[in-house]
Design a protein around this ligand. Structure first.
Ligand SMILES: [Zn+2]
Length: 283
């Protein structure tokens, strides 16, 4: 069964001219993903995320990090809320009455999987808000993949203007930085592809994984915060660009169809409750 799946994957990827390894008849590099619990955010009134709708409706956002093993390499996608929050069961208040919590640190979950932060060679964030780069400073030895407009906003003169807090990610200034001007096939074999999906922030990005057994999965970051917003094309009032957000939503919706991909919406608590988290994994 695995062989058939492998052949199918190779054929599909070869068609897209994205996979060199399969053409030579070699087996694809094993790929595995873990979803890690990276906090939760209580929102008393979710209407700012869906202007004109959901007035007074509370919602709890999930927040995940995703650990990816490609052969012997480790990559981390998003780093969640700061681990320091775990010291306070009440968490911390934020804008718009939100309350951010995490009951378990990212560091402890990596340790349970036998992975030290220094072993993470590749790191990328959907974007630079605090609930995604909360532990970024742990990974200053990794190679950072970031869209050029996001880099310019995060490391420029006015990061606060975009809602970014450099104290959380400032050490990455010393990391090896790969500035992107669009999509990036991280390992060159089509299995892990960063997708440019701007709009929520200037350089927001999503991640396409082509897993050998699970199939394609798209991690859409904050392209939309929950499924209803994506289905109805509702754009939070505080997004960087409504037009770019809508174009990115259309792009990902088409890709979900063409890839027959699963779409994982990071903050959709309802969907998140149906996903297996580490130590379970997706191959
Ligand atoms: Zn977020």
């Amino acid at each position: 069964m695995r062989t058939i799946r492998t052949l199918l994957l190779c054929a599909a990827l070869a068609t897209m001219a994205l996979l060199a390894g399969c053409a030579s008849g070699g087996a694809p590099t094993p790929l595995r993903m873990y979803a890690l619990y990276c906090g939760e955010i209580q929102i008393p009134d979710v209407s700012p995320w869906s202007p004109g709708f959901n007035s007074g409706r509370p919602m709890t956002f999930s927040d995940n990090c995703y650990l990816i093993r490609h052969g012997s390499d480790w990559m981390l996608w998003d780093s969640g809320l700061p681990d320091a929050l775990a010291a306070n069961p009440d968490g911390q208040g934020g804008p718009m009455g939100m309350r951010m919590r995490r009951t378990k640190t990212l560091a402890s979950q990596l340790a349970e999987l036998g992975v030290a932060p220094e072993q993470i060679k590749h790191i990328a964030f959907s974007h630079t808000h605090a609930d995604h780069v909360g532990n970024a400073n742990l990974f200053a030895r990794a190679t950072l993949y970031i869209q050029r407009p996001e880099y310019d906003a995060a490391f420029g003169a006015e990061p606060g203007k975009y809602g970014f807090n450099p104290a959380l990610y400032g050490k990455l200034r010393d990391a090896t930085v790969v500035k992107l001007d669009g999509d990036k096939d991280v390992f060159g074999d089509g299995s892990v592809v960063i997708l440019s999906t701007p709009g929520h922030t200037p350089g927001h990005q999503s991640l396409l994984l082509r897993l050998p057994k699970t199939g394609s999965v798209i991690l859409s970051g904050d392209l939309a915060h929950f499924k209803e917003n994506l289905d109805q094309r509702r754009v939070p009032r505080f997004n960087f660009s409504k037009e770019q957000t809508l174009a990115s939503m259309d792009r990902i919706a088409k890709l979900v169809q063409s890839e027959r991909a699963l779409l994982w919406i990071n903050h959709d608590g309802e969907q998140n409750a149906t996903l297996a988290h580490a130590p379970r994994s997706f191959d």
